[in-house]
Design a protein around this ligand. Structure first.
Ligand SMILES: *Cc1c(COP(=O)(O)O)cnc(C)c1O
Length: 420
């Protein structure tokens, strides 16, 4: 459930008409609803209220510091995948003791940064990474808590680019190998503490079964590890719960919670979850202006000022985003909604029935809160969009639109023949 919708003919975010935001900030602009963000976070938190648990919002889904602050204020932890995300989390007031660090390629400087900030734990994805963490922790005279990200070979039945828990995927360590690493750590690595088991099998998952299959394998490993005398305190189930973009019917967090709580009863662990999309996805909308319309012999094109650099998902995964008119109209057309970028892959919708818009009208691209701005780029030297947070009847600019000068910041003309 989200707080975007029409009041009369005008599309609103909570109590603010989109036209008002656009008049002030321009387009393209990402608009987030604070009430929706908080509602989704709380729904997740409540789903697991009966067991010790920690929600670690996955920053990569939407990393604006105002978004992070909204969750930090609710007591959320964070799942980070880079030193940059750790920096953002700390800027937003995150408690480092609630931060888990995932990712296959953590660099030494990132590991050191995280150790110095005393994060909760590292989700380790390879034997070499574990050795690196052990060595760096030793040098810093620290102990690093870790979980191994287990690759359970479970098919999440989602888009291949966002399935991560299959043997062919680059993520995690297969179960047998993980067991070996835990035991090696216990016996030989003095600066790391085996603390949890981690598993993240993919994204936009719309059924409970794949999560339960992965959890069953995690529980087997937990039993084995405890048999070996390891004191495992956390099971991290990752993120991945899907949302409704079109007609998908993913389980609500409450249903997911019921299933997980039933399956983990009496295990004596703290559960960690790393939701991203399911919290922010439907809490954000990308507003864009129609620049031109064009009739081809086969297709109608609606050319808008947002493009694949602003919202990559349609180009990248062929994803569906619902499209609404900022000013409602009952007439409809079938069109491709495309951006100005010089790539045929630059589209937001194909052969879609949309409101009949003309140049100068505005469209709202729905469900753009997750992997929207956070995946955006400057391709075609396009300044990245502004971001706005709506709170009731108020709205706040939470990221300036990029400027042309900003686009070339850090670039230099070569001076004479001088080299570095
Ligand atoms: C991306 C990611 C998440 C969040 O996934 P969602 O599908 O957005 O919930 C959680 N954990 C890890 C390790 C990730 O890479």
């Amino acid at each position: 459930m989200h707080f975007f919708g029409y009041k009369g003919k005008n599309f609103h975010a909570e109590g603010v008409p989109f036209e008002k935001i656009i008049a002030k900030v321009g387009t393209p602009v990402y608009v987030y609803s604070l009430k929706t963000l908080k509602r989704h976070y709380k729904a997740y938190d409540k789903a697991f209220a009966k067991a010790p648990h920690l929600i670690c919002y996955s920053i990569k889904a939407n990393s604006n510091i105002s978004v992070l602050k909204a969750f930090a204020d609710e007591g959320s932890g964070f799942d980070i995948v880079s030193g940059g995300e750790l920096f953002r989390a700390l800027k937003a007031g995150a408690n480092p003791k609630k931060i888990v660090f995932s990712g296959v390629g953590k660099r030494a400087d990132e590991i050191e940064f995280a150790l110095k900030k005393n994060i909760l734990m590292f989700n380790v994805e390879s034997p070499e990474e574990l050795l690196a963490i052990n060595a760096i922790a030793g040098r810093l005279k620290k102990k690093a808590s870790f979980a191994i990200r287990v690759n359970p070979n479970v098919d999440p039945k989602t888009h291949p680019y966002i399935s991560t828990g299959l043997k062919k995927n680059k993520f995690g360590i297969e179960t047998a190998g993980a067991l070996k690493e835990y035991i090696n750590a216990k016996n030989n690595l003095k600066n790391v503490i085996p603390m949890g088991i981690d598993c993240h099998i993919g994204s936009q998952i719309t059924q409970i079964e794949p999560f339960m299959d992965a959890l069953a394998k995690t529980k087997d490993l937990l039993k084995t590890l405890r048999g070996e005398g390891l004191d495992i305190k956390y099971i991290d189930m990752g993120g991945g719960l899907g949302i409704t973009y079109d007609s998908e019917a993913p389980p609500l967090p409450s249903k997911y919670g019921e299933a997980v709580l039933e399956a983990t009863k009496g295990l004596g662990v703290t559960l960690i979850f790393e939701p991203g999309r399911s919290i922010v996805g439907n809490a954000g909308v990308l507003a864009t202006k129609v620049i031109y319309t064009k009739k081809g012999s086969e297709k109608n094109f609606v050319i808008v000022d947002a493009a694949m650099n602003d919202l990559a998902r349609p180009s990248l995964y062929g994803s569906y985003h619902a499209i609404k008119a900022v000013k409602a109209t009952s007439r409809e057309i079938t069109a491709d909604v495309v951006g100005p970028i010089c790539e045929s892959g630059d589209f937001l919708a194909k052969d879609r029935i949309i409101p009949a818009v003309e140049s100068g009208d505005f469209l709202a691209i729905m469900s753009a809160g997750a992997y929207g701005f956070s995946m955006s780029s400057n391709y075609n030297t396009r300044p990245r969009a502004a971001e706005v947070m709506v709170d009731g009847k108020d709205f706040f600019l939470i990221r300036d639109r990029e400027t042309l000068e900003g686009l070339v910041r850090g670039e230099r003309l070569m001076k004479g023949k001088k080299r570095i």
